[in-house]
Design a protein around this ligand. Structure first.
Ligand code: ADP
Ligand code: MG
Length: 646
């Protein structure tokens, strides 16, 4: 039984604009056989383009039926419709609809991308088609470098790329001079002879004469049908391709190339788009490198203080201000601690700010009451003179050792302070030594702006308090730290009858420093997340604009058979590529920035892989998350709407 290739029954297509309804197609019954050459003719606005869009499955009818080789297209899923457009139909548009950035060859090859054809084969086939249409010398020209007739031949070659069994040509000669128009019609005749079904849409009666059958439309209805020539009897059966769809990997690779081209084309915009990502990634990398450097520095300082030290402090650990007024840790504890096995020496420290007077100079200086082993325990050499000895401590000697900066402020450069007297809280003290400079701690206290006296003298003559702030215990070997800590603890609990003190060792301090640093890192990381989100919103914004701008490109891609998923991949790839490049630039800038800052300030910078990977990974994730919305918007565009908008 005879079955037409394309069959319309009572087909309607209405457009709704506001309250009014335009019936562009109003009950069309039409059959087109395989191998026919049909012209559809009518005035402008009669519904020809609408009919072609329905025939080519770019548009769906509002009512009625459309069957392609017996299959009702209303029953087909979007993917199957895309396959029909890709494999069966070939579109030729009045305005060619070529992509301006691609060469003739690449334009022709696009439909095969979505068919999953390998690149080499694609290009060979495109070159062969262009050669067949007399374009062999123009393969690498861009559309802008081609004449109208050449562009139209290029678009015909594209229509043939995947076979193009049915060529749908909407006013293919409308934009051409008469000579080029004749050439294009010749090409269509040639294709007809080769077995292609041709549907030629035109408002020009002379052009329509080229067809075997002319169907005239007016106001969306068929008003006349004329057979000019007897159609060939030999029916060409519809070819069905076995391929059910393109190969996604080929599409992804192609998307990567397209993304590169499109980004390179808009360099300034691409740069601005990735700016947020660059700044976000660079700041994470730089800040964490500087933070890590600061941490290492603190740990180094703590280690320099000695890993063989225990610090016994009064009060209970973790209770702020608990040490004030607690009467514990006295000179009586010192002897027993010193006597414990494994203890090298124990040194008490208590400090008060006191008034020191020399001549007519008055200074407020922190005074530290301590023991004779202080320079040894603290690894802090005396520069001039000597530290006080055990005898000085025993007999409450009124001797004092000045910090480097205190000596500088009390005495003029030429004066030797050794042997001279200063007045501390009305008591005369003899200067017996000046400490070497030590610099300031991380906390900003100037360690060279202190002075030291025997703790016995401090207790009786200056502070009026017999209790120590802390006792530093130096063990004989680092390995003895833990057992000595236990025995000091047991001894003091035994002596005091309660635990009114706490013991710290270096690893506690390092842990504290680590904790502080980690808090800082979390803070920095959250700032970085915020800036990446802001960067991501920037990417999304630009991508949305780009989708709107490239609506026509999306329409063309869909007309030649791209599925929604292919378009999604394309735009998503673009967003991800922007973010990857932004991430790489950001990492480079961050490293450079941290090194530069380190140079400038003398801070230590330490690069570890984790923050770099984290920042880079977040940038890529940002691309995926914020690229998705624009990509989906592009994928959901209706091919007709996309093509109509110009
Ligand atoms: P032709 O191609 O024969 O010039 P069209 O098929 O483009 O005619 O248009 C047929 C009718 O449908 C016209 O009246 C036109 O204004 C209307 N039309 C076409 N496309 C749209 C649309 N997207 N929205 C609203 N009306 C439309
Ligand atoms: Mg039209």
């Amino acid at each position: 039984m005879h079955r037409p290739l394309l069959e319309l029954r009572g087909l309607q297509r209405a457009y709704h604009t506001g309250a009014s309804e335009v019936r562009a197609l109003d009950g069309i019954d039409l059959s087109i056989d395989a191998g026919e050459f049909v012209a559809i003719m009518g005035q402008s606005g009669s519904g020809k383009s609408t009919l072609m869009n329905v025939l080519g499955c770019l548009d769906r009818p509002s009512a009625g039926q459309y069957r392609v080789d017996g299959v009702d297209v209303a029953t087909l899923a979007p993917g199957a419709l895309a396959a029909l457009r890709r494999e069966t139909f070939g579109f030729v548009f009045q305005r060619y609809h070529l992509m301006p950035d691609l060469s003739a060859l690449d334009n022709v090859a696009i439909p095969a991308v979505y068919e999953g054809v390998a690149r080499g084969e694609r290009r060979d086939r495109a070159a062969a088609l262009l050669t067949r249409l007399g374009m062999q010398d123009r393969l690498d020209h861009r559309p802008g470098q081609l004449s109208g007739g050449q562009q139209q031949r290029c678009s015909i070659a594209r229509a043939l790329m995947n076979g193009g069994q049915v060529i749908l040509a909407d006013e293919p000669t409308g934009a051409l001079d008469s000579a080029s128009g004749r050439e294009v019609l010749e090409v269509l005749h040639g294709l007809h002879r080769d077995g292609h079904t041709i549907v030629l849409i035109t408002h020009d009666a002379q052009v329509a004469q080229h067809a075997d059958r002319i169907i005239e439309l007016a106001d969306g209805r068929v008003v006349r049908e004329t057979v000019t020539r007897q159609a060939r009897a030999d029916q060409v059966p519809m070819r069905r391709s076995g391929a059910s769809g393109g190969n996604r990997a080929a599409v992804a690779l192609e998307s990567l190339l397209m993304a590169g081209r499109s980004l390179a084309h808009n360099r300034l915009r691409t740069g601005l788009t990735m700016l947020g990502i660059v700044i976000g990634v660079a700041s994470v990398v730089a800040m964490l490198a500087i933070g890590e450097g600061a941490k290492r520095q603190v740990i180094e300082r703590i280690n320099a203080m000695g890993t063989d030290l225990l610090s016994v402090k009064r009060g209970v650990a973790g209770v702020r201000g608990a040490s004030r007024g607690i009467e514990t840790l006295s000179a009586h504890d010192l002897g027993p601690i010193n006597a414990l096995p494994g203890v090298a020496m124990a040194v008490p420290e208590t400090d008060r700010t006191v008034l020191v007077r020399q001549g007519n100079r008055d200074l407020l200086v922190p005074a530290v009451g301590t023991g004779e082993s202080f320079p040894l325990v603290r690894d802090w050499p005396v520069r001039r003179g000597a530290f006080f000895n055990a005898e000085d401590v025993r007999r409450h000697a009124q001797v004092i050792v000045l910090g480097h900066n205190v000596a500088r402020e009390l005495y003029d450069a030429g004066t030797d302070p050794l042997g001279r007297f200063v007045i501390v809280n009305n008591a005369p003290f003899q200067v017996i030594g000046v400490m070497g400079p030590k610099g300031s701690t991380g906390g900003g206290t100037d360690r060279d702006y202190q002075m030291w006296m025997p703790h016995t003298t401090a207790a009786t003559r200056v502070f009026g308090e017999r209790y120590f702030r802390d006792i530093t215990v130096k063990v004989k070997e680092t390995s003895l730290l833990a057992p000595v800590e236990r025995s000091v603890h047991a001894l003091l609990v035994d002596r005091h009858g309660k635990e009114d003190f706490h013991i710290r060792n270096q690893s506690d301090l390092i842990e504290k420093a680590n904790e502080a640093q980690n808090t800082l890192s979390y803070l920095l990381a959250s700032i970085a997340v915020i800036s990446l989100v802001v960067g991501g919103i920037g990417v999304m914004n630009i991508m949305l604009v780009s989708v709107t701008e490239r609506t026509r490109e999306i329409g063309i891609r869909m007309a030649v058979g791209a599925r929604g998923g292919d378009v999604l991949i394309q735009f998503l790839t673009e967003a991800i590529v922007v973010c990857i490049i932004g991430g790489l630039v950001g990492v480079a800038l961050g490293v450079a920035g941290a090194l530069f800052t380190g140079r400038l300030t003398g801070w230590m910078t330490v690069f570890t892989a984790a923050p770099v990977l984290l920042a880079f990974g977040s940038a890529v994730a940002t691309g995926v998350v914020f690229g998705f919305l624009p990509a989906r918007k592009a994928a959901r565009l209706d091919p007709v709407d996309a093509l109509v908008r110009e």
